[in-house]
Write a protein of this length. Structure first.
Length: 78
């Protein structure tokens, strides 16, 4: 498993916030800014995947037999 896969959501968000803060200052050399931007894109993907997985988990129901089924909002069917 890669180091990125082991990174927790909160850690990825914190690193991403630090990168954004550094880049917003505008005093980062171009080469370093490009590296930080690329790292930020990777961190953003990690966060997005984590949130998508969480959403999928939260939108499933488990029936009496332990089978997973998608959660259906009754108001959506009207």
């Amino acid at each position: 498993m890669s180091a990125k896969a082991k990174l927790k959501f909160e850690e990825a968000m914190q690193q991403l916030e630090e990168i954004v803060t550094n880049l917003e200052r505008g005093d980062v050399p171009l080469e370093e800014a490009l590296e930080q931007f690329q790292k930020g894109v990777g961190l953003s993907k990690i966060c997005k995947e984590t949130l998508q997985n969480a959403e999928e988990t939260l939108t499933k129901m488990v029936d009496e037999k332990g089978n997973e089924a998608p959660f259906e909002n009754p108001s959506e069917n009207e």
